[in-house]
Design a protein around this ligand. Structure first.
Ligand code: AKG
Ligand code: FE2
Length: 309
């Protein structure tokens, strides 16, 4: 029920059409046939070996394709840094190629976001509440507002022997119907253009980047925190546990499907931001669901289109 499985034959014969996008938008996990997203075993061994530097790796390792840069890793030598950049960049390219084949209706329309490598054991990770990924949540990025776009992520794991275990709960509309008002949906304001200009100016003067958040982004950030802090939601009886085996590749909209990771080590992920108008069923996008509940637009461009209807 939560999984939409795609076969190698479907990928090879280009016969997926819009079916995977539809499943993803409805909050399902698309499971792909086992598929290595690495050129050679040596690249995988290199990433697994980085764990030996655990004390130097503070958080997930991020690869930023637009800047062709890796952050979050402290490498021992320039050669190691160069190899990590190369391996992450190759992974990112392969993941994006696969995404474009599985989600043809989106190809060319998304904004490429970061890729990441997650070298730590997730079980028992000691993180502050907002950063804890073992509590179910929908994703929202504080530094990168999507302005209504969907957060589509492709995951794989290079762990040779251990499953990655998730808990999931959806669909989004049921979650929003139950909790969006409690989480402050009616109170969010995008801020006026003048306020945003003033904040951006102040940010530049202080040398910090002030993200340009819409009311939608503000709500989703708050919703992420609200869900992590809700005892009731964390113990929701409808939540399901699922396991991903070594070498498995899977995708989902992590802002549509509430999820948490209970255990697992050595996963990689590539994110793309899909604008709502590129979706096959824009009416079920979180921004549309939330606007129906709120009764007012949550992003400026959607505000314009709502007014002309
Ligand atoms: O690493 C994972 O398996 C998922 C963690 C998560 O929820 C996230 O990165 O937003
Ligand atoms: Fe998440």
């Amino acid at each position: 029920m939560d999984i939409f499985a795609i076969t190698k034959e479907q990928i090879d014969s280009n016969s997926i059409g819009a079916s995977a996008c539809e499943a993803l938008e409805a909050g399902k996990i698309v499971a792909l046939p086992d598929h290595s997203l690495f050129d050679k075993q040596a690249d995988i061994d290199f990433l697994l070996g980085l764990q030996n530097n655990a004390s130097a790796l503070h958080k997930n390792v991020a690869y930023k394709p637009a800047a062709h840069k890796v952050t979050g890793a402290t490498t021992k030598t320039p050669q190691e840094a160069e190899q990590l950049l190369q391996v992450m960049s190759d992974f990112s390219k392969r993941a994006l190629t696969l995404l474009a084949r599985v989600c043809q209706p989106y190809a060319g329309k998304w904004k490429t976001d970061y890729a990441s490598y997650r070298p730590f054991e997730e079980q028992g990770r000691d993180l502050p509440l907002k950063q804890r990924n073992d509590l179910m949540h929908v994703d929202a990025f504080p530094s990168r507002p999507t302005k209504g776009g969907g957060i589509l992520r492709l995951f794989t794991q290079i762990n040779p022997s251990k499953d990655r275990v998730w808990r999931v709960s959806g669909p989004f509309d049921a979650l929003a119907d139950k909790y969006a008002l409690q989480a402050g949906l009616k109170e969010v304001k995008g801020g006026s253009a003048a306020m945003k200009r003033a904040a951006a100016k102040l940010g530049r003067a202080l040398g910090i980047n002030v993200p340009d958040r819409t009311a939608y982004d503000q709500f989703m950030l708050g919703f992420h925190d609200f869900l992590k802090g809700s005892e009731e939601f964390q113990h929701a009886p409808q939540a399901r546990q699922m396991s991903f085996r070594p070498n498995q590749v899977w995708m989902c909209y992590t802002d549509v499907l509430a999820h948490s990771v209970l255990s697992g080590q050595y996963a990689l992920e590539q994110t793309v931001i899909v604008p709502p108008e590129a979706k096959v069923n824009p009416d079920i996008a979180p921004v549309s669901v939330l606007e129906r509940i709120a009764g007012f637009p949550l992003t400026p461009s959607r505000g314009r289109s709502l007014q002309t209807v």
